[in-house]
Design a binder for this molecule. Structure first.
Ligand SMILES: [Zn+2]
Length: 282
């Protein structure tokens, strides 16, 4: 990293969970790595990248109504939680949507003044003929797709075709596989380059085992994406998976706003290996 690269804080908000989740539902293949009947929860996050000059929201979570309808537990409304950081949805000027699944773009209509940064390929996918397949469209919500299209007509949507710089030094990178237009966010921090992998890697176990999450558009790009993410990050602890409960446990809480986790600070040692071994993955 160049010495004049601006540095940022990176915060994660764990706002919900899917607690009763069989471990095998988190992996495309079962190669005997799961203890019978073992559970492996998925948590829900959104992220903030900020310094004294800039504020960027990465994904928008989802509202209570979607949580109820889909059997997910919401700890708190993720948009209202921005108040912990002294801001509100009305003040947010830039939002990166990593992909259009409901748990990442679920509150898109609540950011009327923000530029919405999306990969062109993702818009094509969620408005295209793939959505005629129920199993493909299931993680999408029409209201979020409507909001994206409306944003397109009102100059709110910023479409990227590949890598792009969103803030000075902060870049998005397409990592297709989970969806064709999934993008990850690379941030320079005091501890090095951190990559918000979102659903390019749901859990640390997915990337460590090279065993993708089963909601998957294409397998080989997904696996290639793990290499891409690792090359962009400054180490294993610098890759932040999108749904791993360990994220909130391994990194320190933000002073005064303990629901937010500081990803720009070093992780606690050992938990990842211990939990991976002692949890559902043998
Ligand atoms: Zn997803």
């Amino acid at each position: 990293m160049a010495s004049d690269t601006p540095l940022y804080e990176v915060l994660a908000l764990r706002f919900g969970t899917h607690a009763q989740r069989p471990a095998r539902e988190n992996f495309l293949t079962d190669e005997g790595q799961f203890a019978p009947g073992s559970q492996m929860p998925n948590d829900y996050y959104l992220w903030v990248v900020r310094n004294d000059r800039h504020f960027l929201l990465v994904d928008t979570g989802f509202p209570e109504e979607m949580a109820r309808r889909r059997g997910r537990t919401l700890f708190r409304d993720p948009v209202e939680a921005l108040g912990d950081l002294g801001t509100s949805a009305d003040d947010v000027t830039d939002v990166v949507i990593t992909h259009m699944h409901y748990d990442h773009a679920g509150n898109l209509d609540r950011f009327p003044h923000a530029r919405i940064h999306l990969q062109e390929e993702e818009l094509r996918f969620c408005t295209g003929p793939s959505m005629r397949h129920r199993v493909v469209r299931r993680p999408f919500e029409p209201v979020n797709v409507h909001t994206a299209v409306q944003g397109l007509f009102e100059d709110q949507l910023v479409l990227h075709r590949g890598e792009a710089e969103i803030l000075p030094g902060v870049t998005v990178h397409p990592v297709p596989g989970h969806t064709p237009g999934t993008q990850v966010v690379r941030v320079p921090t005091a501890r090095g380059w951190v990559v918000l992998a979102s659903d390019a890697a749901h859990l640390w176990a997915n990337i460590r085992l090279r065993s993708p999450f089963p909601i998957l558009e294409s397998l080989t790009p997904m696996l290639d994406g793990y290499d891409t993410i690792e090359a962009l990050a400054d180490g294993d602890d610098h890759v932040i998976p999108g749904h791993d409960p360990q994220v909130a446990l391994r990194f320190p809480a933000l002073a005064g706003a303990p629901d937010w986790t500081c990803l720009h600070e070093p992780a606690a040692d050992g938990l990842m290996a211990a939990t991976t071994a002692g949890g559902a993955v043998r």
